[in-house]
Design a protein around this ligand. Structure first.
Ligand code: FAD
Ligand code: FES
Length: 318
């Protein structure tokens, strides 16, 4: 197993300031990972575990990896980290097959070599002044929310975090949902289905879908979130911070909900990525700066997490 540090900004091609470049230096690694497990779930969804100790040690909630899916395919695919174990040196990823790259990844046997470039990107930052954290994940945006929830559980000494994770999916969830043991005031009584892993950790979660799955809230995950926020009094609401990852329309709706309740919100974006290490600018998006001007930012290394109002300002998100 070898790991080499990777400097993202090649001289003469860099887009960030010297300080930004230094911040990323020696934090992204190329590792010869080893596939430890691959499990299939309905809807062509897979959870894989890869031995990649450098990545596991440096990863933060919201960071992602750029993987080779098959030795024959040079183009890597960007995938979020769902769980990491720095001691055992593994990373977990949930992916849904879209095209030939992830199709090839799904064919890899246990023991296969997989090149892992990561961890990449600036992740979520939860502030202790707002310990009531509302996490919203849609589809393949669920993984970073699991990572963030687990990380907050491990940071219990810093603040009395109270985390609620809401997940939306229109295909079956990539786990066997069950009724939650945790009561969540402000959530409709019929919405009892949860993610067992989170429930076992003592973290409240609820599921939303139009798919008619048992125990799920029938509707958009953002409507479930808005209903819960509306149930809180002003003092409690002032302690809430929101985090989200999922498809763009969902993130825009999350930004609107956050604005309606005046709650700070961070969102993780997805963009087409070629290099994923800041060199090609192919993933750049317009981001509103504190002074109101627009600047192009690379989703891979300046994000993928941004302030919701900066990427979905009122004129876009409504
Ligand atoms: C930071 C980041 C994190 C991601 N995390 C996850 C994750 O945890 N799990 C997961 O399943 N997916 C995730 N994705 C999306 C994933 O990278 C793409 O779905 C994947 O590259 C598709 O590869 P493929 O070989 O299956 O299909 P491809 O053949 O590469 O693509 C098939 C079609 O899918 C569309 N597509 C490809 N990539 C993207 C993209 N990035 N955004 C929107 N549409 C795309 C295009 O229309 C393309 O023609 C993430 C993307 C980014 C940028
Ligand atoms: S700069 Fe190349 S993908 Fe982001």
């Amino acid at each position: 197993m070898t790991a080499t540090p990777c400097t993202i900004d090649a001289p003469g091609r860099s887009k960030g300031t010297p300080l930004e470049q230094r911040a990323h230096r020696d934090t992204i690694f190329v590792e010869d990972g080893r596939l430890l497990a691959q499990q299939e779930y309905p809807g062509r969804q897979f959870v894989i575990r890869i031995h990649a100790p450098k990545c596991a040690a440096a990863a933060q909630p919201g960071s992602f990896v750029h993987l080779t899916c098959d030795p024959e395919r040079p183009m890597r695919r960007p995938l979020s980290l769902m769980r990491v174990d720095p001691r055992a040196g593994w990373i977990d990823i949930l992916y849904k097959i879209v095209g030939p790259g992830l199709e090839a990844l799904s064919q890899q046997p246990v023991g296969a070599a997989i090149s892992v470039l990561g961890p990449i990107g600036n992740g979520f930052v939860a502030h202790t002044a707002r310990p009531r954290t509302l996490l919203i994940g849609g589809g393949v945006g669920i993984p970073p929310m699991v990572f963030l929830a687990e990380s907050l559980k491990q940071r219990r000494s810093e603040a009395p975090w109270q985390t609620l994770v809401l997940m939306g999916s229109e295909i079956e969830f990539p786990f066997r949902a069950r009724p939650s043991q945790i009561v969540v005031p402000g959530i409709p009584g019929a919405a009892i289905a949860c993610m067992p892993l989170l429930d076992d950790w003592g973290i409240a979660s609820r599921l939303a879908s139009f798919g008619g799955f048992p125990g799920c809230f029938h509707g958009y995950v953002t409507d479930l979130a808005a209903g819960w926020l509306a149930s809180l009094d002003a003092q409690v609401l002032a302690e809430v911070e929101m985090f989200a990852c999922g498809p763009t329309p969902m993130l825009q709706a999350v930004a609107r909900v956050a604005r309606r309740f005046d709650v700070p919100c961070q969102v993780s974006l997805e963009e087409f990525m070629a290099c994923a290490v800041g060199g090609c600018a192919g993933c750049a998006v317009p981001v509103v700066q504190p002074n109101g001007s627009l600047a192009m930012k690379r989703v891979c290394v300046d994000g993928p997490v941004f302030d919701a109002n900066a990427v979905y300002p009122p004129k876009v998100a409504g």
